[in-house]
Design a protein around this ligand. Structure first.
Ligand code: NDP
Length: 450
């Protein structure tokens, strides 16, 4: 008999926690998991999944508009926000059920309540029950940063945006990152007047800025407004329900139906007994862990956004899986954070892997080559849409190892995933050159760089 109630107690039922719990149980561990809100975490409940469904919904706007160029007459196309919102929530409910089912099938016990640490091996549930575990894994994720200015309570975040009563006629999105640019494309397609307001002049800072420049240019052509170098000053709620946002940029205040703040996500580590259990946090509140996901307390581990390493679902899943294999599977391993492909589901989407041109130049100086393909997708030629795609490949050295690939254009996330294999495999451009193009496609541009 173990001296503990469980071998592993996981706090947080998001992507990382669920994977860790399920795999640990499959390795024979006695596992329980606590989730205070809904099983599935940010990605499933109020992140990647419902967002991608909104992106699908948004695509119809342009397709319906251009349908006549492809011979289709659509009598009267209208958009019904509550219908899409509710259908998406139905699917989110379905997925939440699947997550719960998966855990049950794996033999993981579930507590649908808040859990806090009371010591290195002890947890207290909201119901008052106390539990002991040999290992505790904290996978509580992150939380949208608040506006941090007067009137911040009048701003929505990505937590609330999926539940709007009605589609806003106008929206100001504060921030210039993933969420701001994705929701700018979504609401613009639904017919809202959209302004993206960022504190600095750069949007999507980690991405290749030439590619980002194209997104901004295409966004402006569509009618999305960018108000840059515009730090937030205050948000005022008006009697008619609208909000007025004041910026420290010398410009006029701006009024809209909705203001949404998307200025990053902070680790969700507060008030859960971490300090009391002796766990070291950094100044952002992130749990400090090593490559083995272990904190400074031997029995306490953490994975996913609460560690503020790379805030991406597939990374949290890998960390959770590696934790389970290492601690319970007899296979100690770490994951690689190099060359993580990523995408911004903006309109059009951006997808990227490896070094940007700026990063490659900083590291290798002139020992790089940059290849570009600026093209108009065939579908856009027929539809009359002016939007172009831009693909960039960065190679390094005389053998031209591909160190970066950056795409903007329709379906770029679908196209990049396969190509990322070659970058992780450190292949030279000559291998790309050897690949016969699939014609006609947009993806063929990747093997036709000159
Ligand atoms: P991001 O980190 O992508 O962008 C934050 C933006 O807010 C930047 O433009 C930044 O400006 C600005 N900002 C940061 N701090 C402040 C501040 N104190 N006041 C005003 N502006 C500020 O954050 P998001 O909220 O968009 O997304 C959070 C994370 O979620 C992402 O980093 C990503 O990891 C993940 N995510 C991933 C998605 C995907 O994979 N497709 C989709 C959505 C989210 P500046 O650059 O000038 O500092």
């Amino acid at each position: 008999m173990s001296e503990y109630d469980y071998d592993l107690f996981v706090i947080g039922g998001g992507s990382g926690g669920v994977r860790a719990a399920r795999i640990s149980a499959s390795h024979g561990a006695k596992v329980a998991i606590a989730e205070e809100y809904r099983m599935g975490g940010t990605c499933v409940i109020r992140g990647c999944v419902p967002k991608k469904m909104l992106v699908y919904g948004a695509h119809f706007a342009e397709d319906l508009h251009e349908a006549s160029r492809f011979g289709w007459d659509i009598e009267k196309a209208t958009f019904d926000w509550p219908r899409l919102r509710d259908i998406i929530q139905e699917d989110v409910n379905r997925l939440e059920g699947l997550y719960g089912g998966t855990l049950g099938n794996a033999g993981v016990e579930t507590y649908k309540e808040r859990a806090e640490l009371t010591g290195p091996n002890a947890i207290k549930l909201a119901s008052g029950k106390t539990i002991t575990a040999k290992y505790i894994l904290v996978a509580t994720g992150g939380w949208p940063a608040q506006a941090g200015c007067e009137g911040e309570e009048h701003a929505l975040t990505s937590n609330e945006i999926f539940h709007l009563e009605e589609k806003p006629k106008s929206i100001i999105i504060v921030g210039g990152g993933y969420i701001a640019n994705e929701f700018a494309g979504i609401f613009h397609a639904f017919g809202s007047d959209v302004t993206v307001a960022n504190r600095s002049e750069k949007i999507l800072r980690p991405y290749d800025q030439e590619i980002v420049g194209k997104l901004k240019e295409m966004g402006e052509t569509k009618g999305i407004k960018f108000r840059l170098s515009a730090p937030l000053q205050k948000i005022v709620k008006n009697t008619d329900g609208t909000v007025t946002v004041h910026f420290n940029d010398g410009g006029e205040p701006q009024t809209a139906d909705v203001v949404m703040v998307a200025t990053g996500r902070v680790p969700k580590s507060n008030d859960m007994g971490l300090e009391e259990a002796g766990v070291a946090l950094d100044k952002s509140g992130a749990i400090i862990v090593g490559d083995d996901n272990k904190s400074n307390v031997d029995s306490i581990y953490a994975v996913g956004d609460v560690t503020n390493r790379v805030q991406l679902t597939p990374v949290a899943i890998r960390e959770g899986h590696a934790f389970a294999d290492s601690v319970f599977g007899g296979n100690p391993r770490t994951i690689s954070y190099a060359n993580i492909p990523s995408a911004v589901f903006s309109s059009p989407p951006i997808a990227s892997v490896g070094m940007t041109e700026e990063e490659a130049r900083a590291q290798f100086g002139d020992d790089i080559n940059v290849y570009k393909s600026d093209f108009r997708p065939m579908k856009n030629v027929l539809s009359g849409r002016q939007e172009r795609g831009l693909y960039k490949m960065i190679t390094q050295g005389s053998d031209e190892i591909v160190v970066g690939l950056h795409l903007i254009g329709p379906e770029s996330s679908e196209i990049l995933q396969g190509a990322a294999i070659a970058i992780v495999g450190k292949m030279p451009k000559s291998v790309f050159d050897d690949v016969v193009a699939i014609h006609p496609s947009m993806a063929e541009e990747i093997v036709l760089f000159k």
